[in-house]
Design a protein around this ligand. Structure first.
Ligand SMILES: O=C(O)c1cc(C(=O)O)c2c(n1)C(=O)C(=O)c1cc(C(=O)O)[nH]c1-2
Length: 595
């Protein structure tokens, strides 16, 4: 077990009750600009700019969810991990598949309206670190926007599937790929790259939604002019202040191959006019190759969408040691803190802490652990600095045992939800630790650049995943459900006071949002790593939809057909997932449920 389990007390995996009648139990709420949010539809993976993944629909609720039935299914005929959130607008469900990134438009009776098959380069499959996934498309004003694994941003006419434009934004030869779902803000499609394990240099780009023309590029590393750091830049903490830190915090030239990719989630606050997102790990993993802070990897940025200029930045962890990418979702809510109402962003980080930050300034208000953590000793809230534990620092020819959390973190990309009715954040997450051994790392464009051998295993308690309800005001767990495998699916919370998520051993579940009580479950065809969504048709009938189709990094042993005898396969994840093939085979299928 981890020696310094600093997680807040979690008496039991079986849900303790949240005080009834004490509900909602705090004053946290989504920002007022979300009130106009259209609940019948689901137009983007995060549901809204605040990334709450909350639906105001309540036809399906605590009392009747036990009667939820399968309406229909749709098979994609593909076997990689299906991570995308379906999108629903008017009377049509839109989905994008993993490579080769086919888009389907489906009517609510399950019939196919159209399909669009991009001509995606095969080599891209060999470049992706963690399966050939795609996290979803976005619908805006009659158009669909999505990325392909081979670095194309594409706009389609939603009614017909006609391609409107297609722009190449990255370079496969350098190891770049794309798996993220774009965000569309003020006529701009914001897209970022993957490839942190290939010596790629991370960026966020803005394309004109009408033409596909590139408007700006904000690199994650390099001199200020490349990072779009200018006059307006006001980082909160001293260690993030100074000129050209994105270059000077690296050995000479290493920032050019230093990672900091932007493959996760973006949020947007229209009142502050700020886009929020975090950057990935520095490369290579072996930290001996890159002395310094390695800015701006593992950094939360607030940027102006108009020109990309950085307003503030906070480096979550300088000089990352464990591949703790900072790309997870930022949930924008307004909540009391020390008696004052604050505009915050809540980030369940891979490093095992839930950060609550002032989203106007980048100040860290609290950072508490939600999983066992033994490699750091908490964040100094005065300086914003993470205190690292000395004897847990890996390096060349050195093995460090029992690092908690493991590289995929307390939580990977699988996004959480927030219910304004309970005031709770719902987090699908992991409970994994690892051994790590530093090796040589040689940069050759378009090949792995990691320098680390990893073996992952279950964390304290022996379960590899959990689904946890978290109170962001108190900064503590309210209830938590243990799962055998990492909970690698997204989640949705609704006004029916239920939450949905899926498991890698093929269950789609609905829980009571207040107590965590299991109310319904359904056995699907393959393990779930997709994102559930909910919406209603014109007659007011509510549906819930989710992809099954195991894969992603955690499911690579199945989707990639990897040999369980090699624990270091899939960057060490196989060691923790040797029994997954006994529970699921691969294969992508969309499931749609209604009462
Ligand atoms: O550094 C990167 O560029 C990068 C990209 C990706 C990706 O694009 O899927 C993942 C990761 N890193 C990563 O660290 C990670 O844990 C991960 C999990 C998954 C997945 O889909 O299951 N992708 C990725």
């Amino acid at each position: 077990a981890c020696s310094q389990d600093s997680a807040p007390p979690n008496p039991d995996s079986s849900p303790p009750s949240v005080a009834q009648g004490n509900y909602p139990h705090n004053n946290s709420s989504p920002p007022t600009w979300l009130e106009a949010d259209e609940d019948g539809q689901w137009t983007m993976p995060a549901k809204n700019y605040a990334s709450t993944r909350y639906s105001g629909l309540s036809q399906i609720n605590r009392d009747n969810v036990k009667d939820l039935k399968l309406a229909w299914t749709f098979s994609t005929g593909l076997t990689p991990g299906h991570e995308a959130a379906p999108v629903f607008v008017d009377d049509t469900l839109y989905v994008v598949t993993p490579y080769p990134n086919t888009v389907y438009a489906l009517a609510l009776d399950g019939s196919k309206k159209w399909e669009y098959k991009p001509d995606t380069h095969q080599e891209s499959q060999g470049m992706a670190c963690c399966d050939v996934v795609n996290r979803g498309l976005v619908h805006v004003n009659g158009k669909l926007f999505f990325n392909t694994l081979d670095n194309h941003a594409i706009a389609l006419e939603a009614d017909t599937g006609k391609e409107l434009w297609k722009t190449k934004v990255g370079d496969l030869q350098r190891g770049e790929t794309m798996t993220m779902a774009p965000l569309v803000v003020k006529g701009k499609m914001l897209v970022g790259n993957s490839g942190g394990e290939m010596g790629v240099r991370g960026w966020l780009k803005a394309l004109d939604t009408e033409t596909g023309e590139l408007l700006w590029t904000a690199y994650s590393t390099g001199p200020d002019k490349d990072v779009l750091i200018g006059e307006e830049f006001r980082p909160f903490y001293a260690q993030d202040q100074g000129k050209d830190l994105g270059a000077s915090s690296w050995p000479p030239e290493m920032w050019k191959i230093g990672g900091g990719t932007v493959w996760g989630w973006l949020s947007y606050d229209p009142e502050l006019d700020l886009v929020y997102y975090g950057t990935g790990n520095p490369g290579p993993w072996n930290p001996d190759f890159r002395p310094g802070d390695n800015k701006w990897t593992l950094t939360v940025f607030a940027r102006r969408p108009d020109d990309g200029s950085a307003i503030w930045a906070y480096q979550i962890e300088p000089h990352d040691l464990y591949d703790y990418d900072g790309v997870n979702e930022s949930l924008l809510i307004d909540m009391p803190f020390n008696g004052e109402q604050r505009k915050v962003l809540v980030r369940p980080e891979r490093n095992g802490h839930v950060y609550v930050m002032d989203r106007t300034s980048g100040e860290v208000l609290s950072a508490n652990t939600y999983v066992p953590v033994n490699v750091t000793d908490g964040v100094d809230l005065k300086t914003g600095q993470m205190r690292k534990v000395k004897d847990k620092q890996p390096g060349t020819n050195r093995t460090v045992h029992n690092i908690c959390p493991a590289a995929p973190g307390g939580k990977d990309w699988q996004p959480s939800a927030y219910s304004p009715r309970t005031g709770l954040i719902y987090m699908p997450h992991n409970n994994l630790c690892m051994d790590m051994h530093g090796t040589q790392a040689n940069y050759i464009a378009g090949t792995p650049y990691v320098g680390s051998d990893v073996k992952m295993f279950a964390g304290p308690g022996g379960h590899r995943g959990a689904y946890t309800a978290w109170d962001p005001v108190a900064g503590s767990k309210v209830w938590s459900i243990k799962e055998e495998f990492p909970v690698w699916s997204g989640t949705v919370a609704t006004a029916g006071d239920i939450v949905f998520y899926g498991t890698m051993d093929r269950w789609f579940k609905a829980l009571d949002a207040k107590t965590g009580e299991l109310l319904w479950k359904y056995r699907v065809g393959s393990g779930i790593v997709g994102q559930p969504v909910t919406f209603q048709d014109k007659d007011g009938k509510q549906y819930v939809a989710i992809f099954s189709g195991v894969g992603g990094w955690s499911g690579a042993i199945v989707s990639g057909g990897l040999d369980a005898r090699d624990g270091t396969a899939a960057l060490g994840f196989v060691n923790a997932m040797k029994d997954l093939p006994q529970h699921t085979d691969k294969g992508g299928q969309l499931y749609v449920f209604s009462l």
